[in-house]
Write a protein that binds this ligand. Structure first.
Ligand SMILES: *[C@@H]1O[C@H](CO)[C@@H](O)[C@H](O)[C@H]1NC(C)=O
Ligand SMILES: *[C@@H]1O[C@H](CO)[C@@H](O)[C@H](O)[C@H]1NC(C)=O
Ligand SMILES: *[C@@H]1O[C@H](CO)[C@@H](O)[C@H](O)[C@H]1NC(C)=O
Ligand SMILES: *[C@@H]1O[C@H](CO)[C@@H](O)[C@H](O)[C@H]1NC(C)=O
Length: 958
């Protein structure tokens, strides 16, 4: 799983989240001077009525929003406003429904915009925001609506070039052309038409593609009256050093975020705009120091600098910025002492700083011992992901307006007690995760806050269950993982946690049972792994998407009804779950990843997909299934025929029997990892295996497979070709993402080089063919030498005969090669010495003869006796036996003894060493930090709104 693509995805998600926020920000600012439609004096002008009807005729109106558009008096129609003096239609307000939700309403207007609209020559206000004019261009004739002062065409799914005719609207004061990130989008290759809008005060071109335009700023600089300029996500690349003569003296709001300027932080033209109240240059690749010019922006209220590469410390002259309310500079490289930083913040008689977002910088030192005045009115204090040390000072408890405190992932330690927390009545988020802070409060303490987000991972809360959590009944996120709780889970906890969507108590010593009322909890992501929870698994919460109960002491059978229609990831490995696999599992239609390994499941797996209803056979979208290390029996599960998306399948260490079905090759086309080790399968390896072109990991060891290796194995490109691992473990991003992102990595043990190794994320790079301990016969096909990606090849303990393939030396990646315990004869091919990656070789107990090939690698591999023992015909270094024309006599008795000894020690090794580890481990990073970081840079009132919007959008996109 590549890190880079994930970051890119995050980035664009952040950008979208910000874009969604923008939806909620803009609104009409121009006074409404027309009458109400029910004003008795107004009367519709006939020609305008005709024009409106023609305009309506071009639209499609699925929800019949314009049903009031009938009768004579068009001034009474919905969305129409007439002048009370002249009776002319002056306003058309047809903003789409649910505007701002981020998802288009199916009720919105669509279709075409008729030029009949030109009949409305007195129209000064036109709002078509949030409709669905799929893939039509903004009509050129709109440039002829000369009276327009207010034009909002945003978020209306227009596409193509923005018509320069809009430049004829010389009265325009407000122009909003914002588009939507998932639209095919609008663009402009020449914005000189803008310079003719000499009355313009508000210009928004968010997401309009302006990537070909270099000299956009001189054009904008003609707009002397401009107050608001929003150009985020426009793919702009040039930001001049200065404006020799700036006309932008009225500019108050400038948003240039998410463009591609990638230049030094200074000089830059915008630092000179001392009228600015709001400046956003986030996500732009600006680098270099925080410029001193910031100190001259005396009107500034909000400064958004995040996600650049600004270094050093904010300038000391910022002390004068008495209007500053919000400083957002996350993910820069701010370094130096945090105390020094606090001292540089504006310190005025009327202190206004409310929000300080400095996440993910390089701030050092400890928090100051005494309260610095500049901080006293803070609502949000975000210092996460820096390098702060020392204890958390008690003055934090004096920041009584604090709603959000995030000190996560620093090196803070010491104790926090009631004194830090008891006066924070308004606190909604408390994040201290990733520090060594001990929270030591009286068991009877009742906090005055009601937190929404509680993240205390790796803090010290235990050993007793923290009773103050009892009162936190409104939390959405609760992470007390790895907090040294060694206690029975109290009943109240399940009640308090019933509102929590992201619940993580992983890695404690919590005992007790899961509540029988679990189905009524709100959990979407729950991680209870690595505790000592016992009892059976109850019916699951209805909204749950990921559940990790692994490494507990759960007992009893799997539920006959899971509930949980959206469950995508279910990890139950390392418990004591018994009984058969119930058909209820087949009802988990959203399941992508299921790990039931290392339990006490038994019986055969019924094909519940077929049994359910033979007329309506469904399939499962599961991608990864591990049933390893149970007592399951019966044939290879025919159920899997209906799991076409399977990538990983591990049935190892059970008692499955029967033959390997030919349909594996027909039905499981994406199978990459197939592990059937230690079962009782017999019969041949089906030739259909050749259809598994992705197969890179085939482990059939310890079965009773007979016959020969099909030559068609060469078609398994997973073993023959370098791959770009795009499957990314498939389900890392499952639908319903929202906050609770799962960082998923597969863990997998592989027996290679004679020892078991634990592979974590890099299992996707393991290419393995292990057919050891079967009854395979015949020659090792020469084709095996085409499996050039193999890292492990184990054919030991079979009955292969003939020679070792001459070209075995082409397997350049092989690190471990075991052909021992067969009947191979002839000489060892000299190409073997080309295997430079080899670190373990075993050719023992065959009938090989002749001289051992020389080669650097071969001479350095371990103990020559164990590599070549049991091949009395071999000679030459590293063996002491010299090669001569006369083969030496075979010492028969010794041979047999050696075999037996080796056999005993081998099985001993099996018994102790082959306790397989986990197969898959699931890490729930509740509330994925980087994402949240960016949400911080949004207004707090929109915080939850964006989150919810994003959740629903994420669901749609998934
Ligand atoms: C509407 O008419 C009333 C008198 O009829 C007048 O006082 C008012 O100013 C008018 N409104 C506008 C916006 O022209
Ligand atoms: C300032 O705006 C006026 C009016 O649009 C324009 O004529 C002038 O060229 C502008 N100044 C600069 C330096 O662009
Ligand atoms: C700030 O403004 C003052 C007065 O206009 C000017 O002298 C100084 O050079 C400016 N500082 C910066 C860093 O631009
Ligand atoms: C943080 O600052 C130190 C020096 O103070 C520097 O060596 C290190 O590279 C910085 N870290 C990052 C992530 O830039």
């Amino acid at each position: 799983m590549g890190k880079a693509p994930m970051d890119t995805l995050q980035l664009s998600c952040i950008q979208i989240a910000i874009a969604l926020l923008l939806l909620t920000q803009t609104g009409s600012t121009i006074d409404d001077t027309s009458t109400h439609p029910d004003d008795p004096i107004t009367n519709c002008i006939a020609t305008e009525r005709t024009a409106l009807l023609a305009f309506r005729a071009g639209l499609s109106d699925p929800a019949n929003l314009l049903s009031s558009w009938k009768g004579d008096d068009c001034c009474r129609w919905k969305g129409i406003y007439c002048s009370n003096g002249t009776g002319h239609v002056v306003r058309l307000d047809l903003r789409g429904p649910d505007c701002g939700s981020g998802v288009w309403s199916t009720q919105a207007l669509a279709g075409n915009i008729s030029s009949a609209m030109l009949g409305l020559q007195q129209l000064w206000y036109l709002d078509l925001r949030c409709n669905r004019f799929d893939n039509i261009q903004i009509p050129e004739f709109m440039g002829s609506l000369h009276s327009l002062r207010y034009l909002d065409l945003s978020m209306a799914q227009f596409t193509g070039r923005i018509p320069p005719q809009l430049g004829n609207l010389s009265n325009l004061q407000y122009l909003n052309l914002e588009t939507y990130p998932y639209d095919s989008g609008t663009y402009s290759t020449d914005v000189t038409w803008l310079s003719r809008l000499t009355s313009l005060e508000h210009l928004d071109m968010t997401f309009v593609n302006l990537s070909t335009i270099v000299h956009w700023l001189p054009v904008v600089n003609m707009l002397q009256t401009l107050k608001v300029l929003r150009l985020p996500f426009c793919q702009l690349r040039s930001s001049p050093d200065s404006l020799q003569l700036s006309n932008l003296t009225s500019l108050e709001i400038l948003d240039l975020s998410s463009n591609n300027f990638s230049k030094r932080s200074r000089p830059n033209w915008f630092w000179d705009l001392t009228s600015l109240k709001y400046l956003d240059i986030s996500f732009n690749g600006f680098f270099g120091p925080f410029p001193d010019e910031i100190g001259n922006m005396t009107s500034i209220v909000e400064l958004q600098l995040s996600d650049n590469n600004l270094v050093g410390m904010i300038p000391s002259n910022m002390k004068n910025l008495c209007n500053l309310e919000r400083l957002v500079s996350s993910r820069n490289n701010m370094n130096g002492s945090v105390t020094e930083l606090f001292h540089r913040l504006p310190s005025c008689s009327q202190n206004k700083i409310h929000e300080l977002f400095l996440q993910d910088n390089n701030l050092t030192g400890s928090l100051p011992d005494t309260l610095i005045e500049a901080l006293s009115n803070l609502n949000w204090l975000i210092l996460a992901d820096n390098r702060l040390t020392g204890h958390v000072p008690v003055w934090l408890g004096e920041l009584t307006k604090l709603t959000m405190l995030d000190l996560g992932y620093n090196n803070l330690d010491g104790v926090m007690h009631e004194g830090h927390l008891s006066r924070l009545d308004m606190l909604e988020e408390l994040t201290l995760s990733g520090n060594s802070i001990a929270i030591t409060v009286s068991p009877t303490w009742v906090p005055s806050f009601r937190l929404r987000i509680i993240q205390l991972r790796s803090c010290q809360l235990g050993p007793n269950f923290p009773t103050w959590l009892r009162w936190q009944t409104q939390a959405l996120t609760l992470d007390v993982s790895n907090t040294s709780i060694n206690d029975m889970v109290p009943d109240w906890f399940w009640i308090a946690a019933s509102s929590v969507m992201f619940l993580n108590i992983r890695n404690n010593q919590i005992t007790g049972v899961l509540p029988s009322t679990m189905e009524f909890m709100s959990g979407e992501v729950m991680d209870f792994s690595s505790n000592q929870l016992g009892g059976p698994i109850p019916k699951l919460p209805i909204n749950i998407t990921r559940l990790d109960l692994s490494r507990n002491n759960l007992v009893g059978p799997l539920p006959l009804d899971f509930g949980a229609p959206w469950l995508a990831i279910l990890l139950l490995y390392k418990n004591m779950i018994s009984g058969a696999i119930p058909s209820s599992l087949c009802k988990l239609q959203a399941l992508r990843l299921l790990d039931l390994s290392t339990n006490n499941l038994n019986g055969s797996i019924t094909d519940c997909l077929i049994n359910e209803s033979s007329t309506n056979m469904t399939s499962l979208g599961i991608g990864s299934l591990s049933l390893r290390n149970n007592n399951l029996s019966g044939e290879f599960p025919s159920l899997l025929q209906n799991c076409p998306g399977l990538i990983f399948l591990d049935l190892g260490d059970n008692q499955f029997s029967g033959t390997l079905p030919a349909w594996i090759g027909e039905k499981l086309l994406y199978l990459s990892f197939l592990r059937l080790r230690s079962n009782m399968f017999y019969g041949h390896i089906p030739v259909e295996i050749e259809k598994l072109v992705n197969l890179q990991y085939l482990d059939l060891a310890y079965n009773n497979i007979s016959g020969s290796i099909p030559r068609s194995i060469v078609n398994c490109e997973g073993m023959t070709k370098t791959r770009d691992y795009t499957y990314d473990l498939g389900y890392a991003f499952t639908p319903g993402g929202s906050f609770g992102q799962i960082l998923y990595s597969g863990n997998f043990t592989v027996l290679t080089k004679g020892q078991e190794r634990l592979y974590t994320g890099e299992i996707i790079y393991m290419v393995n063919l292990d057919l050891s301990c079967n009854s395979l016969t015949g020659e090792i096909p020469a084709e095996i030498s085409t499996l050039v990606e193999l890292k492990n090849l184990n054919l030991s303990w079979n009955n292969f005969n003939g020679k070792i393939p001459e070209n075995i030396g082409t397997l350049m990646q092989v690190e471990s090669l075991d052909l021992s315990r067969n009947d191979l004869s002839g000489e060892i091919p000299s190409s073997l010495s080309a295997l430079t990656s080899l670190s373990r070789l075993n050719l023992s107990y065959n009938s090989l003869s002749g001289e051992i090939p020389s080669g650097n690698q071969l001479q350095t591999l371990g103990d020559p006796a164990s590599i070549y023992i049991g091949n009395p015909g071999l000679c030459g270094p590293p063996l002491s036996r010299k090669c001569s024309s006369q083969p030496e006599p075979i010492p028969g008795d010794n041979h047999e003894d050696a075999r037996d000894d080796d056999l005993v020690s081998f099985f001993l090794a099996m018994g102790s060493g082959y306790v397989m580890g986990l197969w898959v481990v699931f890490v729930a990073l509740l509330f994925k930090r980087k994402w949240r970081a960016s949400w911080y840079s949004l207004y707090d009132r929109a915080y939850v709104q964006v989150a919810v919007t994003w959740a629903s959008l994420g669901g749609k996109l998934g």
